[in-house]
Design a protein around this ligand. Structure first.
Ligand code: SF4
Length: 427
């Protein structure tokens, strides 16, 4: 593996998650057309949205105290270019993720669109319902210790969103940001109402945009609901169990441990993986994801989680722990790069070994995590050679799927514009 971050953008992306960066006074992010630094979702979007070499989108921690000790600085040069430097040493030119024009537009109900949904990389993230109820438990909240959702909703994110508002934002993002994927996310609600809450949004947004749709909620007891979601047009379900070590899981996620338990998360990941088509000639976009946070348990345990998730045919999503300001773990140090490299190397290797369809969705660049496909930067040349044929097969799958999906999406756009045109004339 190339160990010089100047020549390895994957390693740089990972190192920036671990160390963060400082923003030099020479860079005024908003004036440069960059995205505002927002605290949305579980808080991972708290940093600078940027694009590294090799088109690696990332969210660089810049607000938390640990970033003050980072050797990395983001600077604007006199010629207008923006660089990541290590001290005074130039490391890599970067681009700021463009701030979408629609962020400042209002929905027909008068809410600023960026308060309804935000781009995380190039996909739209929406947290449509009220705050996760672990934050409201008495006598003490049982929220996941790393999470900042209870601190964020109502600040940069509106607390409850109407279906029509979400549809308007998704259509604006489709028109102006070439959106292809929308991710819906909820926390925990008593009575397992999260899928009932999400379904009207899913139906309306799928109908309006034709985009790929993902859902991230706790695991519903009735597993038949996932077949129904797939039939409704959902393409990805994601279960965040965060921690694979059973004892550590209880410490880090007390609410999840009490309400569901780790085994129920794992059963949902496994069940949803079985819903993928077994017909090799019929590629349907459906994936089951198990999501973990690396850096809050021994890295060997994170690797075991990756091995288990891939062994059941699901795809791991691996976040790097970020000690967010105001959270219970704000003083816990982030993990070291040395511990994270083997975790992400394993992510690429295990996905390739099991022939999982990684990186298949077109125009989905993710800033909050390092994707399995991006983690190929972290393995040896020998390992890459070992998977050369599988990589070629994946590249073919991507091309075939992108051609069909993007053509369908364009037809959908034309229909929507035609319908809007008829509506305008009639009114
Ligand atoms: S389930 Fe945990 S991570 Fe998700 S919103 Fe609730 S407290 Fe945060």
């Amino acid at each position: 593996m190339e160990t010089d971050v100047r020549n390895n953008p994957g390693l740089l992306k990972l190192d920036l998650y671990c160390k963060g960066a400082r923003i030099d006074d020479s860079l005024m992010v908003k004036d440069e057309g960059g995205r505002p630094i927002l605290r949305t979702r579980a808080g991972l979007g708290s940093g600078l949205e940027a694009i590294l070499p090799d088109n690696l989108w990332t969210n660089i921690p810049t607000s938390e105290p640990f970033t003050k000790a980072s050797p990395y600085v983001v600077r604007r040069r006199e010629d207008g270019s923006i660089w990541i430097d290590r001290g005074k040493e130039p490391i890599a030119p970067i681009r700021l993720a463009p701030r979408p024009n629609w962020y400042d537009r209002k929905t027909s109900s008068g809410i600023q669109m960026s308060r309804v949904g935000t781009l995380q990389g190039t996909y739209l993230g929406v947290y449509p319902a009220k705050v996760c109820e672990y934050w409201l438990e008495k006598p003490a909240p049982t929220n996941c210790r790393f999470c900042s959702v209870g601190l964020n909703l109502g600040a940069d994110d509106a607390d409850e969103k109407k279906v029509q508002e979400v549809v308007e934002v998704a259509c604006a993002a489709r028109e102006q940001s070439d959106l292809t994927y929308i991710d819906f996310n909820t926390g925990h609600y008593e009575g397992e109402t999260y899928l009932d809450i999400l379904e009207p949004y899913i139906r309306a947004v799928k109908e309006a945009t034709g985009c790929l749709i993902g859902v991230q909620t706790p695991p519903h007891a009735d597993l038949t609901r996932y077949r129904d979601l797939k039939a409704m047009g959902v393409n990805r379900v994601s279960f965040c169990f965060e921690i694979f070590d059973p004892e550590r899981f209880v410490e880090v996620c007390p609410g999840k441990a009490e309400a569901y338990g780790l085994d129920r998360y794992l059963a949902a990941v496994e069940h949803c993986a079985t819903l993928a088509s077994r017909n090799p000639f019929k590629f349907e976009p459906w994936v089951s994801n198990g999501e973990i946070i690396a850096g809050l348990e021994p890295y060997q345990s994170s690797i075991r989680a990756i091995e288990w998730i891939t062994s059941v045919g699901a795809i791991p999503t691996v976040c790097v722990f970020r000690p967010l300001t105001g959270t219970d773990y704000s003083d816990v140090p982030p993990p070291s790069l040395e511990e994270m490299v083997p975790v992400f190397a394993s992510l690429y290797e295990q996905c390739m070994r099991h022939g999982l369809p990684i990186g298949a969705a077109p125009n989905v660049n993710v800033s909050l995590v390092m994707l399995p496909w991006e983690a190929r930067w972290l393995v040896s040349r020998k390992t890459r050679r070992r998977f050369r044929l599988k990589e070629a097969r994946l590249a073919l799958l991507r091309r075939v799927f992108a051609r069909k999906f993007l053509a369908d999406l364009r037809r959908h756009d034309e229909k929507r514009r035609a319908a809007a045109g008829v509506g305008t004339k009639a009114s």
